[in-house]
Design a protein around this ligand. Structure first.
Ligand SMILES: Cc1cc2nc3c(=O)[nH]c(=O)nc-3n(C[C@H](O)[C@H](O)[C@H](O)COP(=O)(O)OP(=O)(O)OC[C@H]3O[C@@H](n4cnc5c(N)ncnc54)[C@H](O)[C@@H]3O)c2cc1C
Length: 473
């Protein structure tokens, strides 16, 4: 039994090698601050590079009652991957656990270490004509993506991480260091409850994932991309339905961008110009993408022509304007929005979802709520209309007549979440997970029965609260 932190650190250094146990303030700094929220300190950062080392770390930490917080690439947006201000946790970073990528091209699956980044995975898959299609403007680790159940911009076609996870291996905190091996590459496997799903969206609270088996997809051979200006908000949903009807399985993205968000990108991100020039920036536009693995020469299907004729049929009615452009240029606009908004002032970000059929009504109601009660705020929303996701982000401009107040910001958050959850059958956390940043809202909107069950499972797997900062009870 260890009796001091220093003896634990000595044992960890013997296990991992001194260079994989960081205690120096400069070395630790990148692990202490999250991409948007979360800023604390810890006793050390532990960087194992094998599953066996993770097992031993868990045993040592449990024996010493040492709490840890798990970290992948630290791009999460709910403060779940960084330590708190107590300075008493240790960070267990999986960023060196990335040796193994084993591709089964025939099964269209890959077995991959939890610390491998999305980009590295896709680079390994590309020569096989395959990719992991969760698309986002960050480069997370596979373990972090499972723990957050990352969504991204192509969910409408490929689903989220949950829908592409075939198997995983985890190390449990109780019994300390026990391996739970669910590394199956099967698509059909009904041999009892699907235990791997417990870890999806768990914010790292149920165990440490060290390896996963993912379903991967064929790389598209062609795509067509357009920025489309709908007649009004109701027309966004009409456009979506027509595209689903006429382009079917080819529709791979349907991303809404408000005029204010587009303006911010043009103002702050170098090298991007107004795609609608010489006309001004529209009030709202939608990035539409079709893709297909079919070779136009063989199938006779040309997606550019298909998209063009669909939009032409809608012109003057559902669609007011459209530019069919280079995919890289149009996606660059979409992926630059978050960064551009930060230049506008203090951002209040939202990651909400609702049935797609309610999106237009919600947007009207949300805009009215802000205009009536907080007229100095500037809503600069964008969203994944195709899957009902909405980043109803807004900015408190530095130039506002009313000085920024965190209490008012919290009141705005609560009122928007109340609107989404209570009136639009939606969720306060669509794709970023719970985490300390969302815990109060989790408690506000989650039923007692659901909390008791999630908390009960957590108590079973982590009875001494040694794993992470997210308590589901
Ligand atoms: C610019 C930007 C754009 C983004 N866009 C999107 C988007 O479009 N859609 C979307 O869904 N998200 C988006 N995100 C959020 C983020 O990228 C995802 O949540 C991502 O999946 C987090 O992965 P990560 O490796 O960075 O995990 P981290 O941030 O390191 O950790 C996230 C959670 O996973 C846990 N965790 C990490 N590794 C493990 C492991 N091996 N075992 C168990 N638990 C673990 C952590 O404890 C934490 O709770 C964006 C983030 C940024 C910065």
């Amino acid at each position: 039994m260890f009796n001091s932190t220093s003896s634990l650190l000595t044992a960890l250094a013997q296990l991992l090698g001194a260079r994989a146990v960081l205690t120096d303030a400069d070395d630790c700094a990148p692990y202490f601050k999250g991409a948007r929220y979360g800023d604390g300190s810890a006793l050390a950062v532990l960087r194992p590079d094998t599953h066996e080392q993770v097992v031993e770390i868990v045993r040592l930490c449990a024996e010493h009652s040492q709490a840890i917080v798990l970290q992948g690439a630290n791009t999460g947006l709910v403060a779940a991957s960084t330590p708190d201000a107590s300075g008493r946790l240790m960070v267990l970073s999986l960023d060196r656990l990335k040796r193994h990528i084993e591709i089964d091209a025939v099964n269209r699956s890959v077995t991959v270490d939890a610390g491998v980044s999305l980009q590295d995975l896709n680079e390994a898959l590309a020569p096989h004509g395959l990719f992991f299609p969760i698309d986002l403007g960050a480069n997370p680790s596979i373990g972090g993506m499972i723990a957050a159940n990352t969504g991204g911009a192509r969910l409408i076609k490929y689903g989220d991480v949950r829908q592409n996870l075939l198997g995983l291996r985890a190390v449990l905190m109780q019994p300390a260091g026990q391996e739970l091996n669910l590394l199956s590459a099967l698509r059909k496997n009904n041999t009892g409850p699907d235990l791997k799903q417990l870890f999806v969206g768990s914010s790292g609270a149920y165990g440490i994932m060290t390896r996963a088996v993912l379903q991967v997809h064929r790389l598209p051979k062609q795509s067509a991309t357009a920025l489309v200006v709908p007649r009004d908000q109701a027309a966004v949903l009409e456009l979506l339905q027509v595209l689903e009807r006429d382009c079917g399985e080819f529709l791979s993205a349907f991303e809404g961008i408000s005029g204010a968000a587009l303006q911010a990108v043009l103002q702050h991100i170098p090298g991007i110009s107004n795609p609608f020039a010489p006309e001004g920036v529209p009030e709202y536009c939608v990035l539409v993408e079709l893709n297909s693995t079919s070779d136009p020469a063989l199938s006779g299907i040309d997606l550019d022509s298909l998209l063009m004729s669909c939009l032409e049929n809608l012109f003057g009615d559902v669609v007011e304007n459209a530019v069919i452009g280079r995919a890289e240029d149009l996606w660059r606009i979409r992926h630059a929005i978050s960064e551009a908004l930060r230049h506008q002032g203090k951002m209040i970000a939202f990651d909400i979802s609702m049935p797609r059929s309610r999106m237009a009504q919600f947007r009207d109601a949300g805009l009215a709520l802000i205009a009536d009660n907080y007229p100095w705020m500037r809503v600069m929303d964008f969203g994944h209309w195709g899957d009902g996701g909405c980043h109803f982000n807004m900015v408190w401009p530095a130039s506002a007549s009313i000085a920024y107040s965190s209490d008012v910001a919290q009141e705005i958050r609560t009122r928007i979440y109340d609107l989404v959850v209570n009136e639009f059958e939606g969720s306060f956390s669509a794709e970023h997970g719970v985490g300390p940043y969302n815990l109060d809202f989790y408690r506000r909107y989650t039923s007692d029965a659901a909390r008791q069950l999630s908390g009960g499972i957590q108590n079973l797997l982590d009875p001494h609260s040694l794993l992470g900062l997210t308590r589901f009870s």
